[in-house]
Design a protein around this ligand. Structure first.
Ligand code: NAD
Ligand code: TYD
Length: 351
């Protein structure tokens, strides 16, 4: 099987590529990535010489390039992760999200349909999406696969739109598809714009920790390698046309998570317990900040037998260790453009 994985130089994509390369030496993996600010070949350096691996730099919006790639590599299946992924960036620059996430996904769907239409047998378009398409929960309730879509940020609206297009190509053209909607991921190689790696980096460097609003928003955290294993299971066993929610049953209020992160990181740095709590700085809330996300993943468990493997403290500990052991990676990604982003996003609030 020849599998096109898009966005494989990004955070989750790099873990998915590594997982498939090691577990399925009989598959050929073609990793297509534009290497935007979020894409980094260092994330997959350890597997770049694997015999079943090819990297292609390219843009999912470029239909001619995608046609050429499908033909050249005789693609049988797609695992589509390439996207703009950060909510705060979608608030300041929504159009790049619409272009990449909506038009880019529609481009890939169209090319897959063109190339596979004579024989769809054995073909699969797997679309990786987010629980944020379901909107925002109050204190109770969970997101189910049939929860009505109610996206509220430009990011989640663009992902919701792409999900709809995937289903449209399935129903209209018979394209074999499967979708998954996952909760917040954490782990090694996550770009330090998202909460956990941003805060680990700032604790290490004794910089302010910018907590949006009152810190009472809730997220459901899943270790990235558990997401990769769920994608593996859904890719191989998921039913055509179905959607599967993926989550960790692991809800945390931001401020509680931040205090745990401080405790674990201070301990690893040999600082007195809780000493970095003085860095907590409450800043203006994110516009339209979704209050709570929480996933019901029982369909995935009952139908396909997947459950997360890691406890949260263990996963956080491994994640902190990775950032402490990979200071060069961190130094590299926070040089240049990151400084401009950081200044725009946080400059006036925390200096
Ligand atoms: P990321 O921002 O770390 O990586 C995205 C990758 O896509 C980068 O390598 C980037 O270079 C590439 N890319 C961007 N535009 C491209 C284009 N036009 N053509 C080709 N490549 C392009 O994102 P991530 O956090 O790894 O998320 C991956 C996927 O998983 C996304 O679709 C996201 O919506 C979804 N998801 C993420 C989370 C999360 O917590 N991070 C949770 C659920 C779902
Ligand atoms: P984030 O990692 O951006 O993921 P998402 O918004 O997609 O869930 O943010 C996780 C939570 O942390 C969210 O409620 C926003 C909050 N947050 C802060 O309080 N401060 C920050 O600097 C960031 C980046 C996020």
């Amino acid at each position: 099987m020849k599998i096109l994985i898009t966005g494989g130089a990004g955070f989750i994509g790099s873990h998915v590529v590594r997982h498939f390369i090691h577990k399925y030496p009989q598959y050929n993996i073609i990793n297509l990535d534009l290497l935007t600010y979020a894409g980094n070949l260092e994330n997959i350096k350890d597997i770049e010489d694997a015999p079943n691996y090819t990297f292609v730099k390219g843009d999912i919006q470029d239909i001619d390039q995608m046609r050429g790639l499908f033909t050249k590599y005789e693609i049988d299946a797609v695992i589509h992760l390439a996207a703009e992924s950060h909510v705060d960036r979608s608030i300041s620059d929504p159009f790049v999200f619409i272009k990449t996430n909506v038009l880019g996904t529609a481009t890939l769907l169209q090319v897959a349909k063109e190339k596979w239409q004579d024989n769809m047998e054995g073909k699969l378009f797997y679309h990786v999406s987010t629980d944020e398409v379901y909107g925002s929960l109050e204190d109770t309730g969970l997101f189910y696969e049939d929860t009505a879509y109610d996206p509220r940020s430009p990011y989640s609206a663009s992902k919701a739109s792409s999900d709809h297009f995937v289903r449209a190509w399935h129903h209209t053209y018979g394209l074999p598809v499967v979708l998954s909607n996952c909760s917040n991921n954490y782990g090694a190689n996550q770009f330090p714009e998202k909460l956990i790696p941003l805060f680990i980096n700032n604790i290490i460097n004794e910089k302010p920790l910018p907590v949006y609003g009152k810190g009472i928003n809730v997220r459901d955290w899943l270790y990235v390698e558990d997401h990769a294993s769920a994608i593996d299971v859904i890719f191989h066993k998921g039913r055509n046309g179905e959607t599967y929610n993926i989550g960790g049953h692991n809800e945390w209020r931001n401020i509680d998570l931040i205090k745990l992160l401080i405790k674990l990181t201070d301990a690893k740095l040999g600082r007195p317990e809780g000493s970095s709590e003085k860095l907590i700085t409450y800043v203006t809330d994110r516009a339209g900040h979704d209050l709570r996300y929480a996933i019901d993943a029982s369909k995935l468990k009952d139908e396909l037998g997947w459950v997360p493997s890691l406890q949260f403290e263990e996963g956080l500990g491994k994640t902190i260790d990775w950032y402490l052991e990979n200071k060069d990676w961190l130094a590299n990604v926070i040089s240049g453009d990151y400084q401009k982003y950081y200044e725009n996003q946080y400059g006036s609030a925390i200096g």
